[in-house]
Design a protein around this ligand. Sequence first.
Ligand SMILES: [Zn+2]
Length: 202
Amino acid sequence: MIIFGKRTAYIGSKTSSNNIICTHCETKGEIIYSVFRSHAHIFWIPVFPIGKRAVSECQHCKKTLSFKEMSPEMKKECNTVKNEIKGPIWQFSGLFIFALLIVFAGFAGKKDKENEAQYLSSPLAGDIYDYKTENSQYSTMRIIHVSADSVYVQLNDFEIGRSSKIYKIDKEENYSKKAYGYSKDEIKTMYDQRIIIDIDRE
Ligand SMILES: [Zn+2]
């Protein structure tokens, strides 16, 4: 469940110019415009700003006006103030977190590839190869023995339609007792051709 919504933050104020007259008490130049900016949040982390709104208050008679209630002159000045007051960067926090996650995922992916290259060049008994079958299903093979130029594997008797679900069939009882041998070159070719799609080591 994702909890998301909208929140509003006060981001600043500015006093009106002297030619703005309070429509309520007729005092000049005593109006303060206060600007608010809303942001979308997911799990209470601000993600991005949605929009600004402003209200005015007369410092003399304390009358407050929404934007709709302002005189045309006030609206014009208020719009300028709204544009001048920049919202805080923290209202984008979620986007920064998201960007960081992408960068970390990138590093993790790169590390994973480095590990795989190392597992491929020096296989060990117990390594699991996830591979694509001839009929475009997915299955696994498990190394049981490694010699100078070959690896011996047990094949998984089961296959599954989605590569992300391979873990469901990677069970001890699914492996055939029969061993098959591949040369290390054959294994490398299968990896290069993306027949072997992943290498896992405990
Ligand atoms: Zn007033």
